[in-house]
Design a protein around this ligand. Structure first.
Ligand code: ATP
Length: 305
């Protein structure tokens, strides 16, 4: 079952396309990292997935085919927006009460015991909780809805390192205990690397690369060799990024697998997730590489150094 599926999806504000020609099929059972620079279209994509924003073009469905924003979809998706929207003047207990009345699925016992375990006083007003506690409260409200899909838009932005770690541990526990799928956008690549097993890189309103992290890493190599020879390889390889350092060139290339031999005189090594993401982000102005077969970006050009 695909948790999010879109075809030709686009959103335009005035003359600006916030997201354009986005075709995705994200399989369930993953923690999906949505990565991209400021203004890439991440929030726009997530808002359309959870039914808060209507597409200008194309279609989007969730959880095996429910139209985004339909009552069934709304019941099964929980969304924590960037600013963790909570009523600051309400005590935490009233926040739970409100959420209970607004949702058809709700697990009050879970919500209360989770806040207790986290040491968040039910009587304290939301506005008097720390930033980390407010984020945890927002996550608790989302999880107590017992969603099949949890969507988190930059949940870590306001948190210190310890609160970030606690928050991520909570999400990981929910994934392990309840088998939910998670899509989260974040700029913190190191944390995404620890958590995510599926990656989507968005830039300039378009998908640059998408797929399971293991497949993406296995499908790329870093080649290092004489700068003078780099030009010879440009036509024969999918070069995602070409960097020169003195007499040496570093080529991040897309390969058929780790077994593919490096050209004579060149060294080949694995790439890390952060390195891969940065390469696609840096080069995204220049072109787009194909992703795995099940996930396709709308427009693609091969990148050649
Ligand atoms: P960030 O990492 O900064 O949160 P993002 O990847 O989430 O960025 P979006 O918020 O989706 O990016 O914005 C994509 C583009 O659409 C930007 O150019 C933004 O200015 C524009 N945009 C988003 N929402 C609106 C709106 N309500 N009205 C006009 N333009 C908008």
């Amino acid at each position: 079952m695909n948790i999010i599926e879109s075809a030709g999806l686009g959103k335009r504000y005035g003359r600006t396309w916030a997201l354009r020609d986005c075709t995705l099929a994200i399989p369930g059972g993953h923690v999906v990292a949505l990565v991209g620079p400021n203004g890439a279209g991440k929030t726009t994509l997530l808002s359309m997935a959870v039914g808060l924003t209507t597409p200008t073009a194309g279609v989007i469905s969730v959880l095996g085919g429910d139209p985004a924003g339909s009552p069934d979809a709304l019941d099964r998706i929980a969304f924590v927006a960037q600013d963790a929207p909570l009523y600051k003047n309400l005590p935490a207990a009233d926040m739970l009460h409100l959420a209970r009345n607004l949702n058809r699925r709700w697990d009050q016992q879970y919500a209360e015991s989770r806040l207790r375990d986290l040491g968040i006083p039910l009587k304290r007003k939301v506005g008097k909780l720390s930033g980390g506690q407010q984020s945890q409260l927002a996550l608790t409200v989302a999880l107590a809805r017992r969603p099949d899909l949890l969507v988190l838009d930059e949940p870590l932005a306001m948190l210190d390192p310890v609160a970030r770690d606690d928050f991520m541990a909570s999400v990981q526990k929910a994934v392990a205990d309840d088998g939910i799928s998670v899509v989260l956008s974040s700029h913190v690549l190191a944390e995404l690397e620890r958590m995510a097993d599926y990656l989507i890189v968005l830039s300039h309103g378009q998908v640059q690369i998408a797929g399971e992290v293991g497949d993406l890493l296995a499908g790329h190599r870093m080649l290092t060799g004489p700068a003078a020879e780099a030009g010879q390889h440009a036509g024969r390889m999918h070069i995602v990024q070409h960097r020169s350092a003195g007499p040496q060139s570093h080529l991040l290339v897309r390969t058929a697998g780790p077994a593919e031999p490096a050209p004579p005189g060149w060294q080949s090594r694995d790439v890390g997730l952060e390195e891969l993401v940065l390469a696609y982000l840096r080069e995204s102005g220049a072109g787009v590489m194909p992703g795995p077969a099940e996930v396709q970006a709308g427009t693609r050009t091969e990148v050649q150094a």
